[in-house]
Design a protein around this ligand. Structure first.
Ligand code: NAP
Length: 314
């Protein structure tokens, strides 16, 4: 019998996982990551979020590691993770749609300066904005990272009426999106955009990439939407840019330290909107359906998309 261990949602979530997989893959043995009776040698697949360091390495017959999230940094940060085992990122339509919806909300919030309305409501002050509102057609949004999430996000922004550009490591062709690539394309990309969406994975190359100097290259009033990972943005530089006007507004979903500590000045900044790493968070039924399709394909010896590439680091 094929055995799947799960670390997502804690032991309390196991009955729901079992019920879902009983319908999707009858015959699959579903076990709790924390069950002391599970013999690591008999585990075929592991579906995990932030696995305890060292545990995956003990599962010596693993056929694949399934990340419960689209990002895999929560697994690869463990130096002992078994690098010879395929590592598959979470996929399916639901997280893509959620990310598109979130970035659209954030983009319109920046466009209409919703942060100033938020402050007005908090203070019970009828705050009229000085400048006439820009329209979506007058704002250029640049999406950094054009992968499984960034590409559909960029195209959805374009369909919503924004001017859209994108930047990735390799050249791309996307409908309605002006694409730039590589270090040589970065400066032209930044100078042509008003709001930057960060949808890069966290890798040694991308960590700390969004600095004060990078933000200062955006057209003003500049906006930042970070939905990638917290460490991509240098938090001290972000605050400096917000405070001296290089950056007007930031919508932040991810942070260096999560949950964001109560002492962080970002919580109370009048031009920052904060969400609790909630941009894309697929439901258990959607995750189970995706995982079942991956296990089925792998059991049949087929290749699957969204496989982590150790050479690229994402
Ligand atoms: P992906 O499919 O791996 O795509 C990554 C993109 O980033 C690719 O376009 C890649 O370029 C580009 N890239 C990577 N390193 C680069 C570099 N050094 N320079 C320039 N471009 C680089 O990733 P994804 O599925 O779209 O997800 C992106 C990230 O979103 C995840 O890693 C995760 O951290 C984050 N995320 C956040 C949430 C949330 O709720 N906030 C939810 C899900 C995911 P090429 O295409 O040229 O290779």
């Amino acid at each position: 019998m094929v055995c799947l261990v799960i670390k997502q949602g804690g032991s309390a979530a196991l009955p729901e996982w079992k019920a879902l997989f009983a319908r999707l893959m009858p015959g699959l043995e579903v076990r709790d990551w924390n069950d002391p009776t599970v013999d690591p040698v008999h585990v075929d697949y592991a579906l995990v979020w932030k696995p305890d360091p060292g545990r995956l390495a003990k599962m010596v017959n693993l056929k694949a590691i399934l990340s419960a999230a689209v990002g895999v940094d929560h697994i690869t940060c463990d130096p002992t993770w078994p690098k010879n085992v395929p590592l598959i990122r979470m996929g399916g339509e639901e997280p893509v749609m959620q990310m598109e919806d979130y970035v659209l909300w954030a983009a319109f919030s920046i466009l209409r300066d919703a942060a100033s309305w938020r402050v007005g409501q908090q203070d019970k002050v009828w705050t009229r904005q000085d400048a006439p509102a820009r329209t979506s057609a007058e704002m250029t949004i640049g999406v950094m990272g054009l992968g499984s999430l960034g590409a559909p996000v960029a195209m959805r922004l374009a369909r919503a009426g924004f001017q859209v550009s994108g930047w990735a490591r390799h050249a791309k062709t996307l409908e309605g999106v002006t694409c730039y690539a590589g270090a040589e394309g970065l400066s032209a990309f930044l100078h042509a955009c008003d709001t930057l969406v960060c949808l890069l994975p966290e890798t040694p190359e991308t960590t700390g990439m969004v600095t004060y100097d990078l933000l200062a290259q955006l057209r003003k009033p500049a906006g930042l939407i970070n939905v990638g990972r917290g460490p991509l943005v240098v938090e001290a530089d972000l605050l400096r840019a917000l405070n001296d006007g290089a950056l007007h507004t930031a919508v932040l979903d991810v942070f260096d330290k999560e949950p964001l500590p109560a002492s962080s000045p970002l919580w109370v900044h009048p031009r920052v909107l904060i969400t609790p790493h909630a941009a894309a968070d697929a439901s258990r039924p959607a995750r189970a359906a995706y995982v079942a399709s991956v296990i089925e394909a792998l059991e049949q010896g087929k290749d699957v998309p969204l496989r982590y590439d150790p050479a690229k680091g994402y």
